[in-house]
Ligand binder design. Sequence first.
Ligand code: GLN
Length: 241
Amino acid sequence: MELNICHLYPDVLNLYGDGGNIITLTQRLRWRGIEAKVTRAPIGSPVSLAGADLVFIGGGQDFEQQVLLEDLHRGRDREIKAAIEDGIPFLTICGGYQMLGAYYETYDGQRCDFIGALDLYTVGSQTRMIGNYKFQCTPEAGGSVIVGFENHSGKTRLGSGVRPLGKVLAGFGNNGEDGTEGAHYKNVFGSYSHGPMLPKNPAFADLLLSTALERKYGKAELSPLDDRAELAAHDEMADRI
Ligand code: GLN
C-alpha cells in the first residue's frame, strides 16, 4: 500500500510548523509499513492533484494569500474543486482553509476572491484571534478533542453547504462568536489549528489516513501505534488551555 501526499503551496503557505503535519502523516504510515510519497506543488508547479491521495495546504498571512491568487486562478481553482468533489481528502489550515471559501476581505477592505469550493467566506476584523485553543470534533469528524494554536484576524462564517469541523472548547475558532471551529465537507477538513495540528492529535491524523486509504483501497485497518508521547503532549496542553 502507498499514499501519495501532495503539499500544495509549501512555498507560501507554511506557518508555525504547519509542515510538521506532513512529517506526522508520513511517519505514521511508515511505522505501519505503508509507503508515503510526498510531492510539493509550489506556485507555478505543473504537478497535478489528480494523482494525489491526500492534499495538505498550510496557513499564510494576508500578503502570501494575495501572492498566490494569480496562480490559483490560472486553473488550480478548478483542479482543487474537482479533487474535492472526487472525494480526495484535504487538510487545510488557516490561510489555506480560508482559500477554499468564496473570499477573504481584509480589515482595510482588500478583497481576495478565492475559489468557492466550500460554502464559507472570511472577513478581517480588528481583533486578532490568537493563542492556544481547543475544540471538539463533531462525531462525523471522529469526535476527538484537538489542541492547537490559532492566529488570525479573519472571521469565517459557514454557509449551509458545509458543517463545522467542531465546537470550540476554549479560544476563538472560526469567528469567536458562534462557537464553531473549522469546516467539514466531503473529505475536506479545514481548521485554524496551527502548531502544527497533527503531532499532538494522533486520532485526527489517523482519521485522515484511514479516509485516504479507504478511498484508495476500499478498506483501511490501521494498526495501533504506541502514542504515549503524543497523548502526553495532548493531555498536558488540553489541561493547560
Ligand atoms: N491572513 C489570515 C488571517 O489573519 C490567515 C492567517 C493565518 O494563516 N495564520 O485571518
